[in-house]
Design a binder for this molecule. Structure first.
Ligand SMILES: NC(=O)c1ccc[n+]([C@@H]2O[C@H](COP(=O)([O-])OP(=O)(O)OC[C@H]3O[C@@H](n4cnc5c(N)ncnc54)[C@H](OP(=O)(O)O)[C@@H]3O)[C@@H](O)[C@H]2O)c1
Length: 252
């Protein structure tokens, strides 16, 4: 049975990786899906491939989020599911954090997420579901992720308070903490192939299940949290990380 029949879902950063896989999954479950993204070409291509609506909206630009909300309100009136997924990874070692890097991470991963929620709230139906895409980096202390992880920890904290406040409208707010998932996010950092391989080998070795996750494995959790199957779940966080957060000192 399809679990999201009749629901309207918005996915930020839906043209790639986890957002793309989730758009596919939510559509399969019967939802009408709208993806957003910052690149006109990429959003159009993905929307065509997926057979969903695509809207250009950079989440670090508040007026762009306003325009997306107006457009969606005009066409769909209201929405039921908001997947706050858009994000970037900017690896920086402590002592070499740049102002530009910190601004980018905060503006997209935290401020962008907060204002996506603020601005979509008026058109989010009572009883709706917000799912925030955080990261296991909020907890792991992995080198080069001090600021990236902090933006995700901030998002998790925001999730808890938002869940208590929005409960009055029966809106559920939850967060997902993926471990390393095979998406283009890492190659967008400007790291060389050799650096990417080194980081990949290191992480893979540390994950108890000994592999990266697939975007579809996160999409499954989003579909669950978006559905009535998760009707008593709010203010929660789920690690989907192959056991990485168990952080074994002696991995087999
Ligand atoms: N992959 C992982 O290992 C992993 C682990 C934990 C958490 N996450 C989180 O998962 C989310 C999705 O990442 P992903 O791995 O699927 O990476 P991805 O394939 O790079 O997808 C990220 C999406 O967000 C979009 N985006 C970035 N900045 C944006 C902005 N300012 N406005 C609108 N859209 C923007 C990207 O657009 P472009 O295609 O134009 O860049 C892309 O569509 C992120 O929040 C990330 O932090 C990922």
């Amino acid at each position: 049975m399809r679990t999201l029949n009749g629901k309207v879902a918005v996915i930020t950063g839906g043209n790639s990786g986890i957002g793309y896989a989730t758009a596919k999954k939510l559509k399969e479950e019967g939802a009408t899906v709208i993806i957003t993204g910052r690149s006109d070409k990429k959003v159009k291509t993905a929307a065509n491939e997926l057979g969903v609506q695509g809207i250009i909206a950079d989440v670090s630009d508040l007026s762009a989020i306003d325009s997306a909300v107006s457009q969606i309100k005009k066409e769909f009136e209201s929405i039921d599911i908001l997947f706050v997924n858009a994000g970037v990874f900017v690896p920086m070692p402590v002592g070499q954090n740049t102002e530009e890097g910190v601004d980018t991470l905060i503006n997209i991963n935290f401020k962008g997420a907060v204002f996506t929620i603020e601005k979509f709230l008026p058109i989010l139906n009572d009883g709706g579901s917000i799912i925030n895409l955080s990261s296991i980096n909020a907890y792991t202390g992995m080198p080069n992720t001090a600021v990236y992880g902090a933006t995700k920890a901030a998002l998790n904290s925001y999730t808890r308070a938002a869940a208590t406040e929005l409960a009055a409208r029966k809106i559920r707010v939850n967060a997902l903490n993926p471990g390393p998932i095979a998406t283009p996010i890492f190659s967008k950092t400007g790291m060389s192939d050799e650096q990417l391989k080194g980081m990949g080998d290191m992480m893979q070795n540390r994950i108890p299940l000994k592999r990266y996750g697939r975007p579809e494995e996160i999409a499954e959790m989003v579909a669950f949290l978006a559905s009535d199957k998760a009707s008593f779940i709010t203010g929660a966080e789920y690690n989907v990380d192959g056991g990485l957060n168990v952080n074994p000192i002696f991995a087999a």
